[in-house]
Design a protein around this ligand. Structure first.
Ligand SMILES: *[C@@H]1O[C@H](CO)[C@@H](O)[C@H](O)[C@H]1NC(C)=O
Ligand SMILES: *[C@@H]1O[C@H](CO)[C@@H](O)[C@H](O)[C@H]1NC(C)=O
Ligand SMILES: *[C@@H]1O[C@H](CO)[C@@H](O)[C@H](O)[C@H]1NC(C)=O
Ligand SMILES: *[C@@H]1O[C@H](CO)[C@@H](O)[C@H](O)[C@H]1NC(C)=O
Length: 274
């Protein structure tokens, strides 16, 4: 091969590569690069935009939103085509027809339940090109104001805080110095009828000490942190014996914050110490 020929071949290859790069760069749709967090029960906009080459023909534009083979929403022949739409999405999707001419194929998803979480694919096909891209949608619900329950016994006091949200939270209890208390805590999770998590976290404190405890719940997807301080005052009081054999010692607990901060009247529990 002569030098000139080789150079010609090489420049043809370069020209082809450039053309190829140029073509795929010309029709490139854009979807969120990070997972989208939808708030449970509310509307979420699943973003998908495409380039316009000046001329836009609505009738030859095909927009499809899918989760694997499940059709979330589809549009062709100039209108929404919902005959094959999955029942789970019936009456919950909206494509903004007036936005299509601006290169915007974003879809609104209404009343999102936890099951809407997953991988969504936006496909755009039109005269100037076609492309599909996927991204992840997460569903999260803000945890509700924790509800405090207190039960006291001669051995100590058990504080239980209950809250509801989604997805699974991180729960911690801290002592007065900010150190994590993990030995005397117990956290349980269950799902309610809506698919949300009900988290109940208990801490047991031995009797006869005053302490300030902090409950911390975090829901990372929503950057939500609930921090509630509970100060527990415990006082040993000597009272006349109720029975000849009984010991006349009672523990008296009070939780000053319980009334206004945690929605439950403070509990003063009197019990015989064995
Ligand atoms: C959607 O809305 C229509 C009209 O309001 C109603 O007839 C249909 O039952 C609804 N479908 C679902 C699955 O809710
Ligand atoms: C696309 O349309 C939706 C609905 O009107 C809007 O919320 C969104 O901001 C639009 N996206 C762009 C990139 O214009
Ligand atoms: C927690 O329990 C572990 C093992 O049972 C023990 O080694 C540790 O000292 C305990 N921590 C506290 C703060 O009581
Ligand atoms: C706890 O606090 C109360 C009220 O301030 C006080 O009367 C009691 O003696 C304290 N108990 C202990 C064990 O320090």
């Amino acid at each position: 091969m002569s030098c000139t020929l080789r150079r010609t071949v090489l420049s043809l290859i370069y020209a082809f590569l450039e053309l190829h790069v140029f073509c795929s760069a010309r029709f490139e749709i854009t979807v969120p690069s990070a997972p989208l967090v939808a708030v449970h029960g509310q509307s979420a906009i699943l973003s998908c935009t495409f380039p316009l080459d000046g001329r836009f023909d609505l009738d030859s534009t095909i927009i499809t939103w899918q989760r694997r083979l499940e059709v979330v929403h589809s549009f062709y022949h100039g209108r929404d085509q919902l005959a094959l739409q999955s029942r789970r999405y019936a009456n919950r999707t909206r494509l903004y027809h007036s936005e299509l001419g601006r290169g915007n194929a974003s879809l609104r998803l209404d009343r999102t339940p936890p099951e809407d979480a997953g991988e969504y694919m936006c496909s755009v096909s039109m005269l100037s090109g076609s492309q599909s891209k996927s991204f992840r949608v997460k569903v999260a619900a803000f945890y509700t104001e924790p509800h405090l329950q207190v039960s006291a016994s001669p051995q100590g006091v058990e504080l239980t805080l209950t809250s509801r949200g989604y997805p699974t939270p991180k729960v911690r209890w801290l002592d007065g110095t900010g150190a994590e208390l993990s030995n005397d805590t117990q956290t349980e999770l269950r799902r309610d009828a809506q698919g949300l998590y009900v988290v109940s976290s208990s801490l047991t404190q031995g009797s006869g000490s005053n302490s300030t405890l902090t409950f911390v719940l975090s829901n990372q997807d929503l950057d939500q942190e609930i921090r509630r301080e509970v100060s527990l005052q415990s006082e040993a009081v000597t009272v006349p014996p109720l029975e000849p054999s009984g010991l006349g010692r009672c523990y008296f607990y009070s939780i000053p914050e319980a009334k206004d901060k945690l929605g439950k009247v403070s509990v003063l529990d009197l019990e015989d110490a064995a």
